[in-house]
Design a protein around this ligand. Structure first.
Ligand code: FES
Length: 359
């Protein structure tokens, strides 16, 4: 079977990272350095992605700058006419490295911040001095003339500072800022009750974004991602399972989303054994929830089934125990109360930090 080609490849080059954010999108069981694909393996992935029709290569991690072959990989992707984006904490960025990436054809950098308040940022990231390094990285990127997006993940502890986050992005001269409420998978799910904002906090942050959009207009693009626990309608996770996106893990596993490895009783394909095209078109994993045939009621007869594509399979699994169930975010799900209760459960306690750091 041949599916329309994916738009984006997320190349998770490594799970190594100097930070230990307790909402990291990496799986709780991370892959070690010894298991990572070598340079030749990644070059082949990029070739196969270009041949499959992928348009964008997002280099991510962990911290992708922990890989010494990053410049070579970016250059290769660029030569294959892929739009290249580096998703980085900025901690390991130097002027020389930035110049080399720019010369290699890098199109864009997305730089993550944990907060505008240094103490808050360093408490979440778990690294002293990180904020200063990130600010220096942002200035360097601007000086190089590289298109820059700042990304802030927000949660109960920092959500009140959304106006200052947007202000910082404007002052630095970023073209875009992403204010993304924490998504509750993997590490985020482990810490959910400590990070979940209240309904009032969510509304205040939404208002802050509306106000900032009116104030900055075209001078700064502002993207806003809400936590779907406070919603009644599910999000079209990844733009639909197996429709627009593929994720290659550090060891070469090919997944439809960050959290797919939690799905039980399914074979996880790898680029070491099959081509990306075979995996995308024919693998059991990518066809499991593709389209609408797999849907149960009430999704199957829902007018929005080709808008939200059934929401998020990994969330359905994590919260209801079955990935084929209706996403409980949907108000029509018989299990919607799981989400509304969790959205209103606040707990104090110690955050569980992402570990390991081997850099
Ligand atoms: Fe896997 Fe949403 S994270 S489908």
């Amino acid at each position: 079977m041949s599916a329309p080609p994916p738009m984006s490849l997320l190349a998770e080059l490594t799970h190594r990272c100097p930070l230990s954010c307790p909402y990291c999108s990496n799986p709780v069981e991370m892959e070690r350095r010894q298991a990572e694909l070598d340079t030749a393996g990644w070059l082949r992935v990029l070739d196969e992605a270009a041949e499959l029709g992928v348009l964008q290569a997002h280099f991510s991690g962990g911290e992708p700058m922990a890989r010494s072959d990053l410049v070579e990989l970016v250059q290769h992707a660029s030569r294959r006419n892929l739009y290249t984006n580096l998703i980085t904490s900025g901690i390991l960025l130097t002027e020389d490295k930035l110049r080399a990436l720019s010369d290699a054809g890098l199109d864009h950098i997305q730089l993550s911040f944990q907060d505008v308040d240094p103490a808050g940022a360093e408490r979440i990231g778990g690294l002293r001095g990180a904020q200063e390094k990130k600010l220096a990285a942002a200035r360097m990127i601007k000086a190089e003339g590289m298109p820059l997006t700042l990304n802030f993940v927000v949660h109960r502890e920092n959500v009140a500072r959304v106006p200052e986050m947007i202000e910082l992005a404007y002052e630095i001269g970023a073209g875009r800022v992403e204010i993304a409420h924490t998504q509750y998978y993997g590490w985020g799910l482990l810490n959910r009750d400590l990070l979940m904002p209240s309904q009032e906090q969510l509304e205040a942050s939404t208002q802050a974004v509306v106000k900032a959009k009116a104030r900055f207009g075209n001078a700064l693009a502002i993207d806003y991602v809400t936590p779907d626990y406070h919603a009644d309608q599910p999000k079209p996770c990844m733009g639909g399972w197996g429709q627009r996106f593929l994720n290659v893990s550090p060891s070469g596993r090919v997944l439809p989303c960050h959290a797919a490895e939690t799905i039980p009783n399914v074979h996880f394909p790898t680029v070491t054994k099959q081509s990306l095209a075979e995996i995308w078109n024919d693998s059991e994993l990518f066809n499991l929830f593709r389209g609408t045939e797999w849907m149960p009621e009430p999704c199957r007869s829902c007018a929005l089934k080709e808008v939200d594509w059934g929401g998020c399979r990994c969330q359905a699994l994590a919260l209801t125990g079955d990935a084929a169930n209706t996403d409980p975010v949907c108000a029509r799900s018989p299990q919607h109360s799981i989400v509304t209760e969790a959205a209103n459960t606040a707990r104090m306690g110690e955050l569980i930090y992402r570990r390991f750091s081997t850099i």
